[in-house]
Design a protein around this ligand. Structure first.
Ligand code: CA
Length: 537
């Protein structure tokens, strides 16, 4: 072989190697090649394993989520079948709407606190679900409606049957009579007990009699309910309608929450409680004095809440950040260990995909980023991560999870619901689209969980960067690496002059193919985009 031939061969060989290397690089980047900056930019982020109560929680309306046995009703095994999806989306806690036997589809009126509705499964199914969740680092919260039972609860059935057949002077001998509020007088919030001349408290509905939570027998039963489910692996409870425990008596509600929290802690020091108090900031703060871990932050949710008003421009970005500080301060004063429970929608609210006329995604996405960038334990209602629709009657807000036409997990809609037309594509399609609602959710949760200060730190406005449309704040706290979060809450791009020593963003979130850039102390923020900076401690 001549030297020339050998050189040609070597050159060819090198060319092959180089091109192979280039190809390899291209292959490796293949999965990350996207016109959407965040897809590749955030790839190195590592979500922290969560050991505390600062979670990202998925609310599952059990009957509508995932069917495992073909009867059209979502069930516990169906949820277990979808755990990889739940974990992959980034959730590390689930809240199951009530699983107790009940004659309604929503099951907020229990007939027995110590068993599971047969349509949902068995205790074995529950334990298998809990085990599968814990294997994935997912905790399980059960929904406890303690304000009332079903009128078919044996306690109420025995008490009311006895009262209807017993002389008034002997009524005190009726079993379980003290468990409810029976009266000979018609009162506001009371329903008549047949033709017996008796009335009973039933604030929500005649078939949901209110429990007498002061009765020692009721407290004793609740103690066993809490112990029973914690023993079977539940990690905590979502407490239904806590402002209704003692109607119009916030002090009594607070003391009952204190009793519940202390009881749970005595049974399991790691157990977690979040309460539903559909009320304002100051009333929520007053309930935090009970020592309960969390209360849903209702002022931020729903179609008339703070998040909605920020997205529609009714509240400026700067005012929003000051609002975050105000809420955190108010709650901290009530209980410095409180953990906020921000959410945007739940099973009682219209789904957010219908909130913004003519929006093809960016506003829904930013609204959810505001929710998921709040500190605390953030809650997301199933289906919101794919922009499901549903409004009007309650059944419409609880439509079957939109898995896809061919997925046997798809449930039947609740009886009486309207035909709800979805706005965005099926999950499988959204998974392939880097600009889908789902892809955004997954990326936002990934960022939330990769920077522990986002969920655990306190908000500090960056007054120099905040404007009508730019929300800028630090999250800081003991033992936390501080972050600076900059959000463009408007549809148009903005150039923000930042400090000269600001590092490149540690994470970005985009709702378009336009990239966030930082050049010569000018942070270019496309419409509806977010940049997260890791700051020096
Ligand atoms: Ca089923």
């Amino acid at each position: 072989m001549s030297r020339k031939t050998r050189n040609i061969i070597i050159i060819l060989l090198l060319a092959v190697l180089v091109s192979w290397g280039v190809l390899r690089t291209a292959d490796l980047r293949g999965s990350a090649v996207s016109d959407v900056q965040m897809i590749s930019y955030n790839q190195e982020l590592v979500m922290a394993e969560t050991a505390d109560d600062y979670r990202t929680t998925y609310e599952i309306f059990v009957g509508s989520f995932s069917d495992s046995d073909g009867d059209g009703i979502g069930d516990l095994n169906g949820i277990r079948n979808k755990l990889d999806y739940i974990a992959d989306t980034g959730f590390d806690q689930i809240w199951l709407t009530p699983i107790f036997p009940s004659d309604t589809y929503h099951k907020y009126d229990a007939k027995d606190y110590f068993s599971i509705d047969p349509a949902f499964g068995t205790m074995e199914d529950f334990e298998a679900l809990v085990e599968a969740c814990h294997e994935r680092g997912i905790r399980v919260l059960l929904d406890l409606p303690l304000n009332h039972t079903s009128s078919a609860y044996p306690w109420f059935v025995q008490a009311s049957e006895c009262l209807q057949t017993t002389a008034v002077e002997n009524a005190g001998n009726c079993p379980y009579m003290p468990f409810y509020h029976f009266s000979r007088e018609a009162q506001d919030g009371y329903a008549p007990l047949g033709e017996s001349g008796w009335y009973y408290e039933a604030r929500f509905w005649s078939e949901m009699p209110d429990l007498n939570l002061d009765d020692p027998g009721v407290r004793n039963e609740i103690f066993y309910v809490l112990a029973y489910w914690l023993d079977h692996g539940a990690d905590g409870f979502r407490l239904d309608a806590v402002t209704s425990y003692y109607t119009g008596n916030p002090e009594a509600n607070r003391e009952f929450l204190r009793w519940l929290k202390e009881t749970c802690t005595s049974l399991d020091p790691d157990s977690y409680l979040v309460g539903e108090a559909w009320t304002d900031r100051k009333s929520i703060a007053a309930l935090y004095e009970s020592g309960i871990d969390s209360l849903f932050d209702f002022p931020f949710g729903n179609v008339d809440g703070i998040i909605y008003r920020v997205i529609t421009g009714d509240v400026t970005a700067a005012a929003y950040v000051k609002g975050l500080e105000l809420y955190e301060d108010t709650y901290t004063q009530a209980n410095p260990d409180y953990i906020d429970a921000p959410f945007y929608t739940n099973h009682d609210m219209a789904r957010s995909a219908g909130y913004y006329a003519a929006d093809d995604g960016p506003k829904i996405k930013m609204a959810y980023a505001l929710n998921l960038f709040m500190s605390g334990n953030a809650f997301v209602y199933y289906g919101e991560e794919i922009g499901m629709k549903g409004s009007g009657k309650d059944e419409n807000k609880r439509q079957p999870m939109f898995w896809g036409d061919d997925d046997p997990a798809v449930c039947e809609p609740p009886a009486g619901s309207d035909e709800v037309e979805m706005k965005f594509p099926l999950l499988a399609e959204q998974m392939q689209d880097d600009l889908s609602i789902y892809r955004w959710f997954k990326e936002v949760i990934r960022v939330r969980r990769s920077f522990p200060a986002i969920a655990r730190g306190r908000t500090e406005a960056d007054e120099t960067l905040c404007s009508d449309t730019i929300a800028a704040f630090r999250r800081t706290g003991e033992g936390l690496s501080p972050v600076l979060i900059v959000m463009n809450l408007s549809a148009s791009a903005e150039d923000v002059a930042v400090a000269g020593d600001l590092p490149e963003p540690a994470a970005v979130l985009n709702t378009s193919t336009e990239a966030i850039t930082l050049k010569s102390s000018i942070l270019h923020m496309p419409g509806y985009s977010i940049a997260v900076f890791a700051l020096e401690e």
